[in-house]
Design a protein around this ligand. Structure first.
Ligand SMILES: [Zn+2]
Length: 253
């Protein structure tokens, strides 16, 4: 069997080597040959974001009916992203959640019903995190180690609950407010105006307009010298992510 190209442009050579020993517990992907998919090797490959300009695009609230088209864009671009899934959405759109996993995208927990967690007592927070984690794991085979609280609303209780669940709390430092501005050109301008090396960008694959902003966003970010990495890759050379710790951005050169 010939090695499939890695989606991450800087790791293609290493990924080709690593693929021969990579173990995919979910079997072999069968995407169309013009969209070379999947390498879990890319997901775990180390990019030194202290030395090169990295940006992590993150997508919340999916999967939805708009996720498949977004994944096609990412696959064609050989770009990686991070998805924070609502547990029941993972069950409803199993194929898309699996495709994210198989592509090498990182997958995080975004609760069951998307509540304001700061309004809940600790047992309610625990339940939102744990049930969603079980739902996601039932699809991908892997329990998430990343958590994003809905609305970015967190307090000490939320942070402690995430820590107890073995998850890092991943927020963001670039927000084009795509939930308000359903306009791809606006989203691109807002992200590009705010992005810095190490940025974590919050987007949503629950709106039809957001995936339409991504092709140009990827092109311009790469033209500016950015590597598109997952959240775990962003922190891989700066100590990694720790459960119960809140992150807004990663390192930069
Ligand atoms: Zn959300």
């Amino acid at each position: 069997m010939t090695a499939r190209p890695g989606r991450h442009r800087t790791v293609a050579a290493l990924a080709a080597t690593a693929l021969s020993v990579a173990v995919c517990p979910l079997g072999t992907a069968t995407a169309a040959p013009q969209h070379p998919p999947l390498t879990r090797a890319a997901h775990t490959h180390t990019v030194d974001c202290r030395a090169v300009k990295c940006v992590a695009l993150t997508f919340d609230d999916g999967p939805t009916q708009y996720t498949a088209a977004l994944l096609t864009t990412l696959e064609r671009s050989h770009a990686l992203a991070t998805f924070f899934l609502i547990g029941p959405h993972a069950l409803q759109y199993r194929a898309d959640a699996l495709r994210e996993y198989r592509d090498g995208d990182a997958i995080g927990d975004h609760t069951v019903t998307h509540p304001h967690l700061t309004l809940l007592p600790r047992p309610g927070i625990d339940q939102q995190i744990d049930v969603a984690a079980q739902q996601i794991a039932s699809v991908t085979g892997h329990r998430p180690v990343l958590f994003r609280p809905p609305f970015g609303a967190w307090n000490a209780r939320v942070r402690e609950a995430a820590g107890a669940a073995g998850m890092a709390v991943v927020l963001w430092n670039v927000d084009p407010r795509d939930w308000k501005h359903h306009d791809p050109a606006f989203i691109d301008r807002a992200v590009l105006a705010g992005v810095r090396p190490g940025a974590i960008v919050v987007l949503h694959d629950r709106y039809a307009t957001t995936p339409l902003a991504v092709p140009r966003l990827i092109d311009v970010l790469r033209a500016r010298g950015y590597d598109l990495v997952t959240v775990p890759q962003l922190f891989a050379t700066s100590g990694g992510l720790r459960s119960g710790v809140v992150y807004h951005h990663g390192p930069g050169p």
